[in-house]
Design a protein around this ligand. Structure first.
Ligand code: PEP
Length: 250
């Protein structure tokens, strides 16, 4: 059985004070322990949020990292630094990073390997743009992004990570893929993993859906057999909304 994982990607939102207050409130909620809850604050809030989360089952993730452990890379943050702060997960290859910051399958692959080497669990994002969906090449796009990101990994490494299928046209737009459409692509991604890394890795790898997930559509999405949770942007910024999704995910 794969554990449902709901991760809140705060993007470039929340000051340290706002982030701390959010997790203090979240910690007070009785969250279903069967769901792995993850918060992904901006870099500036990681350390104070980690402090508040001590002793809770809520995991901490960063939203990006460099692939080197250290060096002359002004403005970058390394996996070693994230690990030191208590991060367990790291989002890699988010479509906003691919679109605005030049991330490619090759750099995502380097980052995935570096994260695993430090004991961080990558949440690897893949997904097609609207043009690609309309051109009927969704499967081609997600297959090549998945293979590119995971190239050179062992089956055991793949089994332990998380993939987030996020159609770019559904991110922050209020447009959600239907539960059936999302299930179809998630199942396809699992087949790609099976053909590259074997059926045990494919059965174990958790594949989330992301793109305008909210409390009202969480149940329909998460009840699909190949959707193992959600990567949530906008609706993860308010405790009530985020908790609503967590509660509706089982
Ligand atoms: C995301 O940023 O990964 C995301 C899915 O955003 P939203 O939920 O706002 O569409």
């Amino acid at each position: 059985m794969r554990q449902i994982i709901i991760a809140g990607n705060w993007k470039m939102h929340k000051t340290v004070a706002e982030a701390v207050s959010f997790v203090q409130e979240l910690k007070q909620k009785e969250l279903n322990p069967a769901v792995q809850v993850v918060v992904c604050p901006p870099f500036t809030a990681l350390a104070p949020v980690a402090e508040v989360l001590k002793g809770s089952n809520i995991a901490l993730a960063a939203q990006n990292m460099h692939w080197e452990s250290q060096g002359a890379f002004t403005g970058e943050v390394s996996p070693v630094m994230l690990k030191e702060l208590g991060c367990q997960y790291v989002i890699l290859g988010h479509s906003e990073r691919r679109q605005y910051f030049g991330e490619t399958d090759e750099t995502v692959n380097r980052k995935v390997k570096a994260a695993l080497a430090q004991g961080l669990i990558p949440i690897v994002c893949v997904g097609e743009t609207l043009e690609q969906r309309e051109a009927g090449i969704t499967e081609q796009v997600v297959a090549s992004q998945t293979k590119g990101a995971l190239q050179g990994l062992t089956a055991e490494q793949v089994a332990g990570l998380v993939i987030a299928y996020e159609p770019v046209w559904a991110i922050g737009t209020g447009k959600t893929a239907s539960a059936e459409d999302a299930q179809q692509v998630n199942r396809y991604i699992r087949q790609v993993v099976a053909s590259e890394f074997g059926s045990a890795a494919a059965e174990a790898v958790r594949i989330q859906y992301g793109g305008s997930v909210k409390a009202s559509n969480a149940k329909g999405l998460m009840s699909q057999p190949d959707i193992d949770g959600g990567l949530v942007g906008g609706a993860s910024l308010k405790v009530e909304d985020f908790v609503g999704i967590i509660e509706n995910s089982l």
